[in-house]
Design a binder for this molecule. Structure first.
Ligand code: SF4
Ligand code: SF4
Length: 240
């Protein structure tokens, strides 16, 4: 089954952070204490209680200030490296929902810190987070509880500009390709990030590294899966 996908069009993002706040509200996650770090990005990073974060990248190019905004979240990988690693070390905290393809963490399953480090390291986008107190892991849930009721994910529902989109994967892929063609006319470097193997597809107009260190996976899927398989042998039995 093709399942669902997000399309995040960064060209339409104004960094209002409505998606970030809606995510906190729906998941009843507390606010995160922050400090002034010389950036409008708030908080500094994803966490056990922050599943969605609008990253601000501010720099100068040829003397002109440039701002790029990147509403970061789990990519809900078709073959999730975090789940492969967790399963291989006997941690039954990660499942994949059949209907949507959502990759789900069970925060009630206790994970030791060294095990969590392996799981986090396997994610090319540095998404998984862990809480030292509860020893649980957490991240974006795709708002599976809302989807099951026929609702959009909270972040998509609240986005006022059309930057956040969600729906059946094949339709979303079509939407992303169509928008890419439009944007490329003005921004020849525009590209979709990791569309083939992920359910969260970003459109960017420049080098992904200028948006965020972990914006793109940076290596072909086959290379990554082969590397994980080698790491976990002889336990790994997933296809490469
Ligand atoms: S983006 Fe990272 S945390 Fe999300 S499913 Fe993929 S590997 Fe797991
Ligand atoms: S709600 Fe939409 S426009 Fe606002 S920060 Fe999120 S993605 Fe960007």
């Amino acid at each position: 089954m093709a399942g669902k996908s997000f399309f995040i069009d960064t060209t339409k993002c104004t960094a209002c952070r409505g998606c970030q706040v809606a995510c906190k509200q729906w998941n009843m996650n507390p606010a995160t204490k922050n400090r002034q770090r010389g950036s409008y990005q708030n908080p500094e990073d994803l966490s056990y209680v922050t599943y969605k974060l609008v990253r601000f990248s501010e720099f100068k190019e040829n003397g002109t200030p440039v701002w790029y905004f990147f509403p970061d979240q789990c990519r809900h990988c078709l073959t999730p490296p975090c789940k492969i690693v967790a399963d291989s070390i006997g941690i039954k905290a990660i499942t994949k929902d059949e209907a949507t393809g959502a990759v789900l963490y069970n925060p009630n399953v206790k994970v030791k810190e060294n095990e969590f480090r392996q799981i986090r390291k396997s994610c090319p986008w540095d998404i998984p987070r862990w809480d030292a107190k509860t020893q649980g892991m957490a991240k974006c849930t795709m708002c599976i509880d809302r989807i099951e009721e026929g609702l959009l994910p909270a972040c998509v529902n609240t986005c006022p500009t059309g930057a956040m989109n969600f729906g059946d994967r094949l339709k979303i892929l079509e939407m992303a390709e169509t928008r890419l063609k439009e944007v490329k006319a003005t921004f020849p470097k525009a590209r979709l990030l990791d569309a083939e193997f992920r359910r969260t597809i970003f459109l960017v107009v420049d080098d992904p590294q200028k948006y965020h260190k972990y914006a793109a996976s940076g290596e072909p899927e086959i290379t990554r899966l082969a590397a994980i398989k080698k790491l976990l042998q002889p336990l790994a039995d997933f296809p490469v």
